[in-house]
Design a protein around this ligand. Structure first.
Ligand code: NFE
Ligand code: MG
Length: 572
């Protein structure tokens, strides 16, 4: 049997350093897949011995993409340890900042990180701009919308601009991709629509980042959240600031309805065969920690926009309650000492880099029988889990959440798609788009809730606590959702100082290597069984891995200069 070993390192258009190795059989079907982070940072270790009130500012440096998510989780973990419940204004402002982050992250992901897995930019140059307008109208109409910025002049101008660069051989951000691959299925007009929206989204993402900074002070790392509440009192008091924020979200909402969703219908329909076959589906186990508190009870009791829960084996008829005590991190195949499989309160981060396997043909491979990634392997009740927007939508539907069910069923009905398409790469991308539309609506409601509360005279933003008393001997966790999935921070405090700190992150769940039983992580499982049209251009691998929106800085929160070897197939 002829098999081929494909190495993609680094995977680009993601955050961080990710290497994928895949074994492909004589029919070009992936039989084995390995996901490895080649980067270590060690933030959990840096937090030990610190004042717990400072953890948020440090923990947020785990990542500059999911801005403020680690900040919030860390502060919530300390609040949980201290028994502090934040006031209404603080709860709403935190929702607004996180909500804006979701819109920013998901739009940047779809257009700037993922779109080029579907859209062949070079083919957009062959399009007829007039026919592209009709095409854009067709997909927007599915959800009763007018198309975004669609006119013959706009499309012709975009085409002329990019043609000029191509003729000069200066493709810039479009410089490297598997252009011309047979795995691209969109028509020239559809490619032109995708390209045009890619450019429009560049401007929009800047505006949404600004929205987050209205309450956060700055972006990517906001600084207005403190243990007990928030500090942006002036912005809550000033209706003009809330209105400024709301204006940007309304613009984003228009783009989501007129461009993002129609483009997902377009790509989803052109790749419907793969979606129906479940290509890229993977584990089939979905977990959500739940997030966006809708009332002012402590976070672990509050009603949520996204409910928590677990769905196993793609079975939407059953949903299991989440119990944080069932989470462990296994390091059998990770570059840490031993084979521990510990709950995060007792978790350890002791690096043990064992390197790559002997070079073959000048190439060093991952030592997959032993240790092969800086990412640990999280388990829930001894099961592998996928987390992320799709998991949130699936858990929401399984739990009968009204708003999520409405958005998911409307999307599927408009696109004339069965529920089963959700369990695929296309479904993962669609789940994120559905969530983005839902999130815009929720943020606009929270803007009104905040304005109303402030107008009624409630300007409270902070809950006082007696540090010396509450920080004597305490432990807590902050568990909620980041754009890429469930994020938890666990902290133990003694005599006012942090004695242990562990973060288990969405991309840790999804990008993890095999566990102690040899069971695959979510990326790995989603790749096995996929047919690659041309192993010299493994676009299908990139597309499925990108559908998770990898963030490797988050996943390992720990850089290694060794182990960077020549790849068989290299993408930049
Ligand atoms: Ni670094 Fe993050 C999100 C978190 S990902 S982007 O979303 O937490 O694993
Ligand atoms: Mg960790």
């Amino acid at each position: 049997m002829m098999s081929k070993h494909v190495v993609i390192d680094p995977i680009t258009r993601i955050e961080g350093h990710l290497r994928i190795e895949a074994v492909i059989d004589e029919n070009n079907v992936i039989t084995e897949a390995y996901s490895s982070s080649t980067m270590f940072r060690g933030i959990e270790e840096i937090l030990k011995g610190r004042d717990p009130r400072d953890c948020g500012l440090l923990a947020m440096r785990i990542c500059g993409v999911c801005t403020g998510t680690h900040y919030q989780r860390s502060i919530e973990a300390v609040e949980h340890a201290f028994g502090v419940t934040i006031p209404k204004n603080a709860r709403i402002v935190r929702n607004l900042m996180q909500g804006a982050l979701y819109l920013h992250d998901h739009i940047v992901h779809f257009y700037h990180l993922h779109a080029l897995d579907w859209v062949d930019i070079t083919k957009a140059l062959e399009a007829d701009p007039k026919a592209a307008v009709a095409e854009a109208q067709k997909w927007a109409k599915l959800s009763g919308q007018r198309p975004w910025n669609a006119s013959e002049d706009v499309f012709a101008e975009v085409q002329a601009r990019v043609t000029k660069y191509v003729k000069q051989g200066r493709l810039g951000v479009f410089g490297n991709a598997y252009w011309g691959s047979k795995a691209y299925k969109l028509t020239p007009e559809q490619n032109l629509i995708g390209l045009s929206h890619y450019l429009d989204a560049l401007d929009l993402q800047r505006k949404i980042a600004k929205a987050q900074a209205i309450f956060g002070g700055k972006n990517p790392h906001p600084q207005s959240i403190v243990v007990g509440g928030v500090t942006c009192v002036q912005d809550i008091k000033n209706p003009a600031r809330i209105a400024e924020f709301k204006d940007i979200i309304q613009l984003a909402q228009k783009f989501i309805k007129q461009a993002y969703l129609p483009d997902v219908y377009m790509a989803g329909t052109m790749y419907a065969d793969e979606a129906l076959e479940g290509v890229g589906g993977g584990l089939g186990n979905y977990m959500s920690y739940g997030d966006f508190n809708l009332d002012d009870t402590p976070f672990y009791e509050a009603k949520k926009l996204f409910p928590s829960g677990i769905v196993l084996n793609k079975d939407l008829t059953k949903v299991f309650d989440l119990d944080q005590s069932k989470i462990t991190e296994d390091v059998t195949h990770s570059w840490y000492e031993g084979t521990d499989n510990l709950h995060p309160f007792n978790g350890k981060t002791n690096p043990n880099y064992t390197g790559f396997k002997e070079k073959k043909d000048g190439i060093a491979y991952l030592d997959v029988e032993k240790k092969y990634s800086w990412i640990k392997s999280p388990l829930y009740d001894d099961q592998r889990m996928e987390v992320g927007p799709l998991a949130r939508m699936i858990v929401g539907v399984a739990k009968g959440d009204e708003r999520i069910t409405k958005y998911v069923t409307t999307f599927l009905k408009n696109g004339n798609l069965p529920t089963s398409v959700l369990f695929s790469t296309v479904g993962r991308t669609a789940g994120r788009a559905i969530e983005t539309e839902l999130m815009a609506e929720a943020i606009l409601e929270w803007c009104d809730e905040l304005a109303k509360n402030a107008a009624a005279g409630d300007l409270s933003t902070w809950t006082e606590f007696d540090f010396d008393k509450v920080a004597k001997d305490a432990q807590g966790y902050g568990m909620a959702e980041a754009p890429r999935g469930g994020l938890g921070h666990w902290v133990k405090i003694k005599d006012g100082k942090v004695v242990n700190y562990q973060a288990v992150v969405p991309s840790t769940w999804n990008a993890a290597p095999k566990d102690y039983k040899g069971r695959m992580g979510a990326y790995e499982a989603s790749l096995v069984g996929t047919k690659v049209v041309d192993p010299d251009q493994p676009l299908e691998i990139i597309r499925t891995v990108h559908s998770f929106d990898p963030c490797i800085a988050c996943a390992v929160h720990i850089v290694d200069t060794k182990g960077k070897e020549l790849a068989v197939y290299k993408v930049d």
